[in-house]
Ligand binder design. Structure first.
Ligand SMILES: *Cc1c(COP(=O)(O)O)cnc(C)c1O
Length: 357
């Protein structure tokens, strides 16, 4: 069976050697040595100002909304994973969908301004498949209208924009370290941000609001990453370059095969350095997508309809019709892409997709 992704598992003895620190210290959560070590490594490798590791990639979104004091309307993208929208609704805010660009697949920055009203407090946009939004334009709009910016950068481990980590942009960027993501801790995630003054605010929100043992600064939740999660991250860490390189090779093979077919491929933002995190193909029609899926499934190959459906179709949001996003969502398939997908498998996938066209 070939799935859309396969979790990279580090050599078990290396994981165990790191876990031994937890056993020796008897400390398996509450920000022990391993979480701190992982945060230091992330800061160093990604060249970012601040990071707080958390228990998954959804809580940092919710905590960012809460910690930035957002209320009312948040402008967002309909083409993302459900967590982007659900976090807004969960925090009692209203998602205002702005349609996406048909090739970059990120929020259409030229349509944001028209959606701003006196109730708008923020923009929550997703860097889709690791492809950054048009950050300068969004930054400009946010400045002019005094809006906060949160980026769902769940797919962006290692991505740079204008030579800087993409996590350095916006008030807060969030990442997911879920087992299906490029870098992972099993379950896990982080908030990245460059304002030092935001650190305490985000920190206490992710730890019940504690200010020391006996005082509380405000309301909080439990989003702490455990030592066991951090140990997995530390064990995966030495393999990051290898993982990215092997993904790059597969992407190049796919690009070569699909470049002059009726499929549309992701258009990468010019000022970004990408991380090869996903390989979306956009089929000429949903009917064609279903043919491709059937042909691949019959051979035990499972690409994923990701993202599908368009989030403006969720049962708890009403009154939208984001035409571009709905059209793309109905036709997009992410092909298998992971470290260890060998050439035989790649060729098989390529042949089957091409035959189905
Ligand atoms: C994976 C993902 C999330 C959620 O991350 P979890 O770690 O699974 O909670 C949020 N947004 C996007 C775009 C994602 O792909």
């Amino acid at each position: 069976m070939i799935n859309v992704t396969k979790t990279f598992l580090p050599p078990q003895d290396e994981y165990q050697a790191i876990l031994k620190h937890a056993w020796d210290s008897g400390w398996i959560t509450n920000r022990g040595h391993l979480v701190k070590e992982l945060e230091d490594k992330l800061k160093d490798y990604l060249n970012v100002s601040n990071v707080i590791c958390m228990t998954n990639g959804t809580l940092p979104l919710q905590i960012a909304i809460k910690a930035l004091g957002l209320s009312g309307d948040i402008i967002t993208t309909p083409f993302s994973y459900v967590a982007t929208t659900s976090s807004i609704v969960w925090e009692g805010c209203k998602p205002i969908f702005v349609d996406i660009h048909p090739e970059y697949l990120t929020i259409d920055e030229t349509k944001i301004e028209a959606a701003i009203t006196k109730n708008t407090t923020a923009i929550l946009a997703t860097h889709v498949f690791g492809n950054p939004c048009h950050i300068e334009v969004i930054q400009n709009i946010a400045k002019r209208y005094n809006l906060k910016v949160i980026y769902d950068a769940a797919h962006c481990f290692g991505v740079t924009y204008n030579g800087k980590s993409v996590f350095e942009y916006g008030d807060v960027s969030t990442c997911s370290f879920h087992a299906t993501k490029l870098f992972h801790t099993g379950e896990g995630g982080a908030a990245f941000f460059n304002s030092d003054t935001l650190y305490n605010n985000l920190y206490y929100h992710h730890n019940f609001g504690h200010k020391g043992n006996e005082n509380f600064q405000g309301i909080g939740i439990n989003a702490k990453m455990s030592e066991l999660q951090a140990a997995m991250g530390l064990a995966v860490f030495p393999y990051i370059e290898t993982i990215i390189k092997s993904r790059e090779d597969i992407v190049l093979a796919y690009n070569k095969a699909f470049g002059d077919t009726s499929l549309s491929l992701l258009k990468l933002r010019e000022s970004a350095k990408w991380n090869y995190s996903y390989y979306p193909i956009i089929c000429p029609s949903e009917k064609k997508l279903k043919v491709i899926l059937d042909v691949l499934n019959a051979k035990d190959i499972y690409p994923r309809r990701y993202f599908y459906p368009s989030l403006d179709e969720l049962p708890y949001v009403k009154g939208y019709d984001c035409k571009v996003s709905r059209s793309i969502a109905s036709r997009v398939l992410c092909l298998p892409l992971y470290h260890g997908l060998d050439e035989t498998a790649q060729d098989k996938i390529i042949d089957l997709v091409k035959q189905s066209l």
